[in-house]
Design a protein around this ligand. Structure first.
Ligand SMILES: *Cc1c(COP(=O)(O)O)cnc(C)c1O
Length: 464
C-alpha cells in the first residue's frame, strides 16, 4: 500500500485537529507554551536537522557529544553546580529520576559487599513524583513514603530524616521536590540534604518542573545544587525549558556518582556497549531542539517568560482566593496551583465545568497518607508564559465554572463505571470516573487503569 504524502499528512493533521490545543494556554497540564511562534519554528528546524542522527554513540556522532556537553554545562551553571557536577541529557523527567535512583542504589550496593543481595530503601514525601515509585519497582528498592503537612503541602524534614534513621543501613536515597507537582510547593531542601549528608545518604532534588522557573521566580529559599548535601538533581528541558518533548537533564555531584548511572557490557559478539542512559539508540532531534531553544532564549528570554508566568499565576491565584467555596492548597512557590473545595465547590465538578468553557484542568484525587491524614481532592492548574495573555479570561471562567457547580453534591463513586468505561470508553464528564478511582482500593484501581489504557491502543482483531 502506498499513499501520496499529502494524503498521509492530511490524515495526521486531522488527528491533531481533534486533540486539545497545545498552544494558547487553554490546556492547563501536559504542555508548556512560550507563546512565541518563531521559537517553535526554530525547534522544528533544529530537530529536523538531527532526526537521522543516533545519539547512541557520541564518539561516532561528535555533534551529539557537543550538544550534550553544552546542555549539561548550561544546566549546571543555572542550577548552582560547580566543576564537580556532571550529568546526562535524558528523554524526560521519568528517565532522569530513574537514573538518579539507579546511581544511588548502585553506590549503596558498592559500599558494602553484604549489600549485594539486600534491598535498598528510597525515602520520599507522599507528594514525590510517581517516577520514583516506578524507579523503585523497576530497580527493586523499597519505598518509604512520608506524610507531608496537610496545611502547607510541604514535606516534613523531621519526618523524612526519621524515616532515614528507621531504614538505617538500608537507606540509599531521599528525595525532595522543588516544587512538587501535586501542590507546587518547594520542600525543605536544605534541612533534608544536610540531615541526609550527616547520615551518609544521597539526596535527590526533583526539580523536573521547577528547574527552569525557580531561578527567575524570586523569593525562593535555597533548593538547587548550591545546597550542601544535594547529590543529584533532575531538570526537565521539555517543561519550563520550553523545549519540545523528549529532553531532560540529570545532574550528579561527583563523576563517580554519574558513572554509577552508566551501563556497559561486552557480553555479546557485537560492538562494546556503553549506555549512559536507559535507551540504546537515542533520538538526537529532541536534544538539538532543546539546545537551540535555550540558545535563542538565553537568560533574558527565560527571565521574561518567568515574569509573565508569575503575573499569570498571581491573577489566577487571586481569582481562586476571591471565589467563594474554593481555596489554593498549601503555599505554592511557582506556577502550579492545586484548587480544593473550601465549602461548596467540588474540584472534580469544577474541572468538568471548566471544560465547558474550553479549559483543560487535571483532577487530583484525595489521598490518605500513611499517618491517616488526608490530602484533599483538587483541581490542578499548570500555568505557563502564554497564560498571561488569557489570565483574565481564565479568572472569569473559573468564577463562572465555580458558580455553575457550587452547592452540587461532590462527585461520588460509581462501581459500575469501571465496566462501562472498559466497554464504552471514557465519558466526557470525568468527575464520576475520578471519584470512583479515588474511592476504590488500589488493588482494584491499578489493574483497571492499565486495562483502560491498554484498550486505548489495542488494534483489535487482525484485519478487523
Ligand atoms: C513531570 C515531572 C516528572 C516526570 O517527568 P516526565 O518528563 O513526565 O517523565 C518528575 N517530577 C516532577 C516534579 C514532574 O513535574
Amino acid at each position: 500500500m502506498t499513499r501520496p504524502a499529502p494524503e498521509v499528512l492530511a490524515e495526521l493533521a486531522a488527528l491533531r485537529d481533534a486533540d486539545p490545543p497545545t498552544h494558547g494556554g487553554r490546556v492547563l497540564a501536559y504542555v508548556y507554551d512560550h507563546g512565541r511562534p518563531e521559537l517553535d519554528r526554530l525547534a522544528e528546524q533544529a530537530a529536523t536537522a538531527f532526526l537521522p542522527v543516533n545519539g547512541l554513540d557520541p564518539t561516532t556522532f561528535r555533534s551529539v557529544a557537543v550538544l550534550e556537553r553544552a546542555l549539561v554545562a548550561r544546566g549546571r551553571a543555572l542550577l548552582g553546580g560547580d566543576d564537580e557536577v556532571v550529568g546526562s541529557v535524558t528523554s524526560g523527567g521519568t528517565e532522569s529520576c530513574l537514573l538518579a535512583v539507579k546511581a544511588a542504589r548502585d553506590l549503596w550496593r558498592g559500599a558494602d559487599p553484604a549489600r549485594a543481595v539486600g534491598r535498598a530503601v528510597l525515602v520520599l514525601p507522599t507528594t514525590a513524583h510517581p517516577a520514583f515509585h516506578k524507579a523503585a519497582a523497576y530497580l527493586d528498592l523499597d519505598v518509604v513514603a512520608v506524610p507531608v503537612d496537610v496545611a502547607s503541602g510541604r514535606a516534613s524534614a523531621t519526618g523524612l530524616l526519621a524515616a532515614l534513621d528507621e531504614a538505617g543501613e538500608r537507606a540509599a536515597l531521599v528525595v525532595v521536590s522543588a516544587p512538587s507537582y501535586p501542590f507546587g510547593v518547594v520542600d525543605p531542601v536544605a534541612e533534608v540534604a544536610a540531615g541526609a549528608a550527616a547520615r551518609g545518604v544521597a539526596c535527590h532534588v526533583d526539580a523536573c518542573i521547577g528547574a527552569f522557573v525557580l531561578p527567575w521566580w524570586g523569593d525562593v529559599e535555597p533548593w538547587d545544587l548550591r545546597v550542601p548535601g544535594v547529590t543529584s538533581l533532575s531538570a526537565d528541558l521539555h517543561k519550563y525549558g520550553y523545549a519540545p518533548k523528549g529532553a531532560s537533564l540529570v545532574l550528579h555531584r561527583g563523576r563517580d556518582r554519574h558513572r554509577a548511572q552508566y551501563f556497559a557490557t561486552t557480553a555479546w559478539p557485537g560492538y562494546p556497549v556503553v549506555n549512559p542512559t536507559v535507551l540504546g539508540s537515542r533520538a538526537a532531534g529532541s536534544m538539538a531542539a532543546a539546545w537551540a531553544v535555550g540558545e535563542a532564549l538565553g537568560d533574558d528570554g527565560y527571565a521574561d517568560l518567568v515574569s509573565r508566568t508569575r503575573t499569570a499565576t498571581a491573577t489566577v491565584r487571586a481569582a481562586v482566593d476571591a471565589c467563594p467555596g474554593l481555596r489554593v492548597v498549601g503555599e505554592p512557590t511557582g506556577p502550579l496551583l492545586a484548587v480544593a473545595d473550601d465549602g461548596g465547590v467540588d474540584p472534580f465538578r469544577l474541572v468538568d465545568a471548566l471544560r465547558g468553557h474550553g479549559w483543560l484542568a487535571q483532577c487530583q484525587p484525595a489521598m490518605t497518607q500513611p499517618d491517616g491524614t488526608v490530602l484533599p481532592r483538587t483541581a490542578h492548574l499548570t500555568l505557563t508564559a502564554v497564560t498571561a495573555d488569557v489570565a483574565d479570561t481564565l479568572a472569569r471562567d473559573l468564577r463562572r465554572a465555580a458558580d455553575e457547580v457550587r452547592g452540587a453534591v461532590p462527585a461520588t463513586p460509581d462501581p459500575t463505571l469501571v465496566e462501562r468505561v472498559l466497554t464504552q470508553g471514557l465519558p466526557v464528564e470525568v468527575a464520576g470516573v475520578m471519584a470512583t478511582l479515588e474511592a476504590l482500593p488500589a488493588e482494584v484501581v491499578r489493574p483497571a487503569l492499565v486495562a483502560v489504557l491498554q484498550a486505548a491502543i489495542d488494534p483489535g482483531p487482525v484485519g478487523g
